[in-house]
Design a protein around this ligand. Structure first.
Ligand code: KIV
Length: 289
C-alpha cells in the first residue's frame, strides 16, 4: 500500500496515511542484535530532503543524513567542505519528512576531531536543531574517547570504520581497505574500540569481506555494511546510487533503477512540449469566469 500525505497548514507538517508505526529508537536498533545474531538485517539509506525522507521512511529502519550530500547534492569534490550548518539544515528536513525511521546525522569533517568537548558542542547542536536521535562520526581507536564522552552525555553515536571518506587525503583515495595484515588488524581494532566505547552501531565501509565478517562477529552492536558483506547486521547505500542517479557505479553499489534516464527522458518530453506550445493545455490554465 502506498503512503499519501496531507499537509497540516498550522504546523507545516505533512501527515501520512496510513499512520506510520512509532519511530524506532536507539535501544530498539541495538536490541535487534541478540547474542551476536541479527535475525532481520537492518535497512538504512541516506536521505537529504524532506520528500526523499517521506518516500524512504516506510521501508527503512534508519535514515542517514550522510555528509555524502556534499558530492550528491552540492557537487563538491569530497565530503571535506561540508559544514555543520549544511548537515543541520538537511538533518532537520529529514526529521520533518520521517515518522518511523531512526534519523542519524553525520558529523562533518572538522566538527569533532579536535576534542571530546568540540564534538559535544557540535553534536548537541545537531541533536537540538534537527530533532535527530543520533550522530555518526568517522574513526576508530583515535575517536574512542570522544565516542565514550558523547555516549555518557546522552548523545547516541554510530561509528564508521574501514574506508572513512573524510580521511581521503591520508588514505590516498577511496580504494577498499584491509588488503594487508596490518590494515586488517587496524580495522578490527578500530571497530572494537568504537563499539566498546559505547557506539550503538557501526558502519563498516569498503573493506575486504572477511574483515567485515570478523568484525561483525567481534562486536556486540549491529554492524551496517557498505562495500562490506551480506553477513553484516544491516546494509546502507547512498540512495541516489541505489536509484541509478549517476553514471559512475562503484563495485559495492547495486543500481535498482535508472532514475537518471527517467529524469532525462522526462525533461526531454517537457522541453519538446514547451517548444511546440503543446504545454500548457486547457487542463493546466485558469479559464475566465
Ligand atoms: O555519508 C554517507 O553517506 C555515509 C554512508 C555512505 C555510510 O557515510
Amino acid at each position: 500500500m502506498s503512503t499519501t500525505f496531507q499537509l497540516d497548514t498550522a504546523t507545516s507538517r505533512a501527515n501520512p496515511t496510513p499512520a506510520p508505526m512509532k519511530r524506532l529508537t536507539v535501544p530498539r536498533i541495538k536490541q535487534r542484535k541478540v547474542d551476536g545474531v541479527t535475525a532481520e538485517p537492518l535497512v538504512m539509506l541516506t536521505a537529504y530532503t524532506a520528500r526523499q525522507a517521506q518516500l524512504l521512511d516506510p521501508h527503512c529502519d534508519m535514515l542517514l543524513v550522510g555528509d555524502s550530500l556534499g558530492q550528491v547534492i552540492y557537487g563538491l569534490p569530497s565530503t571535506l567542505p561540508v559544514t555543520l550548518d549544511m548537515m543541520i539544515a538537511h538533518g532537520a528536513a529529514v526529521v520533518r519528512g520521517s515518522y518511523h525511521s531512526l534519523v542519524v546525522v553525520d558529523m562533518p569533517f572538522g566538527s569533532y576531531e579536535a576534542s571530546p568537548q568540540q564534538a559535544f558542542a557540535s553534536a548537541s547542536r545537531i541533536m537540538a536543531e534537527t530533532g535527530a536521535a543520533a550522530v555518526k562520526l568517522e574513526g576508530g581507536v583515535a575517536m574512542a574517547e570522544t565516542v565514550a564522552f558523547l555516549s555518557a552525555r546522552g548523545i547516541p553515536v554510530m561509528g564508521h570504520v574501514g574506508l572513512t571518506p573524510q580521511a581521503v587525503n591520508a588514505l590516498g583515495g577511496y580504494m577498499a581497505r584491509g588488503r594487508s595484515e596490518a590494515e586488517e588488524a587496524k580495522i578490527i581494532a578500530d571497530g572494537k574500540a568504537v563499539a566498546e566505547a559505547g557506539a550503538f552501531a557501526l558502519v563498516i565501509e569498503g573493506v575486504v569481506e572477511d574483515i567485515a565478517i570478523a568484525l561483525t562477529g567481534a562486536v556486540a552492536v549491529p554492524t551496517i555494511g557498505i562495500g562490506a558483506s551480506a553477513q553484516c547486521d544491516g546494509q546502507v547505500l547512498v540512495t541516489e546510487d541505489m536509484l541509478g542517479m549517476f553514471e559512475r557505479v562503484p563495485r559495492f553499489v547495486k543500481r535498482y533503477n535508472d532514475i537518471a534516464q527517467v529524469i532525462s527522458q522526462t525533461a526531454e518530453t517537457y522541453s519538446a512540449d514547451v517548444r511546440s506550445r503543446s504545454f500548457p493545455t486547457a487542463d493546466q490554465v485558469y479559464p475566465a469566469k
